[in-house]
Design a protein around this ligand. Sequence first.
Ligand code: NAP
Length: 266
Amino acid sequence: MQTFGLIGNPVGHSLSPVMHQAAYSHLHMDANYITLEPDISDLKKIITGAPQNGISGLNVTIPFKQDVLSYVKPNKLAKRIGAINTIDFSEKTPIGYNTDVAGSRRSFEHYGVNLSGKNSVVIGAGGAGRAMAFMLSDEGSNVSIVNRTESKSRSLSASVPNSASYGLSDLAELIQDADILVNTTSVGMGADISLVPATSLHSDLVVMDAVYRPLETRLIRDAKASGALTIDGVWMLLYQGAESFEIWTGKDAPVEIMNEAVRSQL
Ligand code: NAP
């Protein structure tokens, strides 16, 4: 039996166990996906002791995505982003990956959206915002990073090529000339609110929300009403999980099965 899992705090409401177990069942794999919710003081012991405890791979979530950088070797991309969400223990030295980058890219690919040469607006400069901004820039977009705390969007923009930083008051004007708009803040999670004025949305936009609880956030609802193409947060969750699965097992992830499993919970 292989054991994979998620480490974070809290992890009780995570959809990752359902998503990964569905993949194991579909492929008749003898594997299990567990959740670990340690205090920060136990993080080092758990990560360094994972292989001896039979753990082959771990996903990492809030608040440990930066902390685990001290205990595993980040690959080039994870080092650049400064955050790890996947650890592979199959080699002598555990390797850290950031699959939020591929997860966000594959979400746009799923809808056939070409990102090259587009004007993209990313709201948020936390973990998800960093992954999204680097991905869009790497795909050839011009990236405007908008954040409540402007010092954070400034410092992120300094490391992302073809990007500029702004505050929330610039949002409506930036959206006028934008092709892509992504919310990577937690605003809209469990509450019917949005940082984006509905009147600024238009039908030439592709709008993505990293928030997936509720599945249809206020932003996604307003964007649909404006005629924009919308991409909900489950796609990013799904594809980052699919990437982790593929790193750990070397098999193609059964994304349709995983997608159904997650959506059945929302
Ligand atoms: P994080 O690192 O804590 O960053 C939070 C971001 O939200 C910061 O930019 C913060 O701005 C902003 N923010 C929080 N409250 C705000 C408010 N009231 N007004 C304006 N901005 C506010 O968190 P994260 O890991 O990036 O996650 C952010 C969201 O994305 C969460 O809802 C998470 O569930 C979701 N997410 C989804 C996926 C997926 O696969 N779909 C993956 C990762 C994350 P300041 O800098 O000003 O504080």
